[in-house]
Design a protein around this ligand. Structure first.
Ligand SMILES: C[S@@+](CC[C@H](N)C(=O)[O-])C[C@H]1O[C@@H](n2cnc3c(N)ncnc32)[C@H](O)[C@@H]1O
Length: 204
């Protein structure tokens, strides 16, 4: 019951359909920070294969059970920084970080982008979904949601989680610095309450 409600809320609040449109047909996808696997569930029928990684034991076990019968989904319980450091050269065509980078300490964010780039095949893409820190009033709403819904109600929060937000310009520059050409920057409409931004970068 909770899982269906969570999926319903998440698919409405997070623009999964916009992410799906950015994924080429028949892609081999890696989702870093897959949580309960809501995004995986949304895209799994449109991709060739998808691997999800999450360090939260409860969420990754839940996702692992949910996708047991899918032959194109694999769930790995691991920290993404560790996973990226140890992964062999796997040629993913798409790597997605959807609301994950904000949980990665600032000092590891650049390393995450750099190592994700190394796992992509040439011409592969990184898709970032973030909450921008501008405009400030929208970012304030993000902080309120994070503090009250997540921290106070302890809904959907991973243990000891802290948040590290950066601006969309920071991520655009970071991707460019690591050899990505920015092909799409999709921002929420101005009347929307959340400063959600989706950035797609193609490895050159
Ligand atoms: C807000 S959820 C997003 C889930 C999913 N990507 C989506 O869009 O529905 C962020 C997830 O990233 C995971 N996460 C954060 N930092 C991580 C890390 N260093 N290693 C692995 N997972 C991480 C959290 O456990 C959480 O499940």
């Amino acid at each position: 019951m909770f899982s269906k409600l969570h999926y319903y809320i998440r698919t409405r609040l997070a623009p999964y359909s916009k992410i799906l449109k950015l994924i080429p047909y028949d892609a081999s996808v890696l989702e870093l920070g897959c949580g309960h696997g809501n995004l995986i569930e949304f895209v799994s029928t449109s991709v060739n294969h998808i691997t999800g990684v999450d360090f939260d034991k409860r969420k990754s076990s839940y996702a692992d059970k949910k996708f047991k019968s899918y032959n194109n989904v694999e769930i790995i319980h691991d920290d993404i920084v560790r996973f990226l450091s140890q992964a062999n050269k796997r040629n993913y065509s798409v790597i997605i970080l959807s609301d994950t980078l904000a949980s990665v300490p600032f000092r590891y964010q650049e390393e995450t982008i750099e190592k994700a780039g190394a796992l992509l095949e040439n011409g592969g893409v990184v898709i970032l979904k973030i909450q921008d820190v501008e405009p400030k009033w929208k970012f304030f709403i993000v902080l309120v949601i994070v503090s009250f819904v997540y921290k106070l109600l302890r809904l959907s929060i991973s243990s000891n989680q802290e948040f590290f937000y950066q601006s969309r310009l920071y991520y655009i520059k970071l991707l460019e610095k690591h050899g990505f050409r920015i092909t799409d920057v999709i921002m929420n409409r101005s009347f929307s309450l959340l400063p959600t931004v989706i950035i797609k970068g193609q490895k050159q």
